[in-house]
Write a protein that binds this ligand. Structure first.
Ligand SMILES: Nc1ncnc2c1ncn2[C@@H]1O[C@H](COP(=O)(O)OP(=O)(O)OP(=O)(O)O)[C@@H](O)[C@H]1O
Ligand SMILES: [Mg+2]
Length: 411
C-alpha cells in the first residue's frame, strides 16, 4: 500500500500546492457530507476559523448530489465516497450538478495513488483525503484550498461551449439555442447559460419573455469592464439553473466588440456555468472567433433549401480551420417542409452527413414565440427532436449509462 501521507499527496499534485493568489471577494459556504464521526470531527476542527461558513452533514455522494441540485452560493463540497459501490459514477453525477467554480474535495477508503491521480488529474477533483482523515491532513492538505491559497479551477472543469449557427436567416438558430439550453439543464441538472451575441437584433429575450439585462455590450467591448459581479447583473434567470446573457442595443449603435472582450467574458462564463449555449451572429464577426475556438459542439442549422447550403459549407470549413478538428454537427430543420430538398440531396450538396433532423412542428412554434414562452413547454415533439442533440452534448445516454468519465469533466 503506498504511503498516503499529506506530504505525498501534495507531491503527487504539486500544482495544487502552489499559491494561486487570494480569492478575496468570492462567496459561498463550504459543505461537507461525511459518513463517520471521526471524519466529521477532523473536518470541523481542521477547518475551524476559515472565513466561510462551514456546514458538515451526515451523508455521502447521493446526499451531496441531491443537495447541490437545489443549492447555490456554495464554494466547496467535501464528500465521503466510502459507501459508494461505484465512486466514479457517483462523482460524475455530482460533477454534473456542480458549477465548475465549486471545489469538490473527496474523502474515501482507497489509499492507492492511482485512484488519487484519477480523481485529481482526470476528474478535476480539488483534493482527495484517504481515511482515517486526521485534523493534520485537513489542515495541511485541504484547508489551503479553501482559504484562497490554491490555483484557479482546473481547466478540465471549464464549462462546455456550444455554438448555434443559422446557415440562413430564419433557419431556427434562436429556437434551438433557447430550447436546447432548457432541455440540457433538465437532463444534466447542471447550470446553463444562454449567451446571445446578436446584440442589436437578438431574439432570445423575446422567445423567453424577458427583457435582457444591461452591461453585455460594455463587457464585450472592454475586457476590463467584465467581472463576476457584472455577470450577476447581466445574467437573468429564465428557468431552473438557466440564465440569459443578452443585450438590446439600438439598431444604429456603433458596436466595438473586441476579441479580448469576448475571450474574457467567455472565460468568466466557463467558470460559472457547466454549459454555455451561444446564439451566434451570422456571418461570424472576427472578434467572435474565440467562441468558435472554445466550442466543443458547433451546430449548423439549415432548412432543406438551396439558400443555406453554401453558408453551411463555409461554416464547416471555418470551424474546422479555427478548431483544428471538425466539431460541426449539421441540423436539418423543418426537414419535411413542403417543396424542400430531400435529406439525401442536402447531404450530397454539403458533402457531409446531416447529423440531426427536426421536422416541421407547425404553428404552435410561432404561437410560443408570440407568447414569449419557450416552445419546449407546448410542443412535446420539440423535446423529442432535441433529445439526440442533448445526448450528444451531455454524454448522458437514454440507454444504460456508459462511462461518462472525461466526457463530462474534460473540455
Ligand atoms: N421545426 C420548426 N417547425 C416549425 N416552426 C419552426 C421550427 N423551427 C423554428 N420555427 C419557427 O421559425 C421562426 C424562426 O425561427 P428562429 O427565430 O429560431 O430562426 P433564426 O435562425 O434564429 O432566425 P434569424 O435569422 O432571424 O436569427 C420562429 O417563429 C420559430 O418558432
Ligand atoms: Mg435568431
Amino acid at each position: 500500500m503506498p504511503d498516503s501521507s499529506p506530504a505525498l499527496l501534495a507531491a503527487a499534485a504539486p500544482d495544487l500546492a502552489r499559491d494561486g493568489g487570494p480569492t478575496a471577494g468570492s462567496r459561498g459556504r463550504v459543505v461537507g457530507f461525511v459518513l463517520d464521526d471521526a471524519s466529521s470531527d477532523a473536518l470541523r476542527t481542521g477547518l475551524d476559523g476559515i472565513e466561510r461558513k462551514l456546514d458538515i452533514k451526515r451523508g455521502g455522494v447521493r446526499q451531496a448530489t441531491r443537495f447541490m441540485q437545489s443549492e447555490t452560493d456554495i464554494r466547496a463540497v467535501i464528500v465521503d465516497i466510502a459507501d459508494c459501490a461505484d465512486p466514479i459514477a457517483g462523482l460524475e453525477a455530482l460533477a454534473r450538478v456542480c458549477p465548475p467554480d465549486v471545489r469538490v474535495a473527496v474523502i474515501g477508503e482507497a489509499t492507492d495513488i492511482a485512484f488519487y491521480r484519477l480523481l485529481v488529474t482526470t476528474m478535476g477533483v480539488t483534493e482527495y483525503l484517504p481515511k482515517p482523515v486526521t485534523r493534520d491532513a485537513v489542515q495541511s492538505v485541504l484547508r489551503p484550498h479553501l482559504v484562497g491559497q490554491e490555483p484557479g479551477p482546473s481547466a478540465i472543469r471549464q464549462g462546455h461551449v456550444i455554438a448555434i449557427c443559422g446557415a440562413q436567416g430564419g433557419a431556427g438558430a434562436t429556437t434551438i439555442t433557447v430550447n436546447l439550453a432548457l432541455q440540457l439543464a433538465d437532463a444534466t441538472r447542471g447550470s446553463v447559460a444562454i449567451l446571445d451575441l446578436n446584440l442589436q437584433n437578438g431574439e432570445t429575450g423575446v422567445m423567453l419573455g424577458v427583457q435582457p439585462g444591461t452591461g453585455l455590450r460594455n463587457a464585450l467591448e472592454d475586457p476590463e469592464r467584465a467581472d463576476a459581479l457584472l455577470l450577476d447583473r447581466v445574467a437573468i434567470s429564465v428557468g431552473p439553473r438557466v440564465r440569459l446573457i443578452a443585450a438590446d442595443e439600438a439598431i444604429d449603435a456603433d458596436l466595438r466588440i473586441t476579441e479580448a472582450g469576448v475571450s474574457h467574458l467567455l472565460g468568466l462564463l466557463r467558470q460559472k456555468f457547466n454549459s454555455i449555449v451561444v446564439d451566434m451572429p451570422m456571418p461570424v464577426p472576427p472578434a467572435i472567433r474565440p467562441v468558435v475556438a472554445a466550442a466543443r459542439h458547433v451546430f449548423v442549422l439549415l432548412e432543406p433549401e438551396v439558400t443555406g447550403l453554401r453558408n453551411a459549407r463555409a461554416l464547416r470549413a471555418m470551424v474546422t480551420e479555427i478548431a483544428g478538428v471538425n466539431r460541426v454537427f449539421t441540423v436539418l430543420n423543418r426537414a419535411d417542409g413542403r417543396g424542400g430538398l430531400t435529406r439525401a440531396l442536402v447531404e450530397k450538396a454539403l458533402g457531409a452527413p446531416v447529423d440531426f433532423v427536426i421536422p416541421d412542428l407547425g404553428r404552435k412554434m410561432v404561437e410560443a414565440v408570440n407568447l414569449g414562452q419557450p416552445a419546449l413547454h407546448s410542443v412535446p415533439m420539440l423535446r423529442r427532436a432535441l433529445a439526440g442533440m442533448v445526448r450528444e452534448v451531455s454524454g448522458i445516454a437514454a440507454d444504460p449509462p456508459r462511462s461518462l468519465l472525461g466526457k463530462l469533466l474534460r473540455s
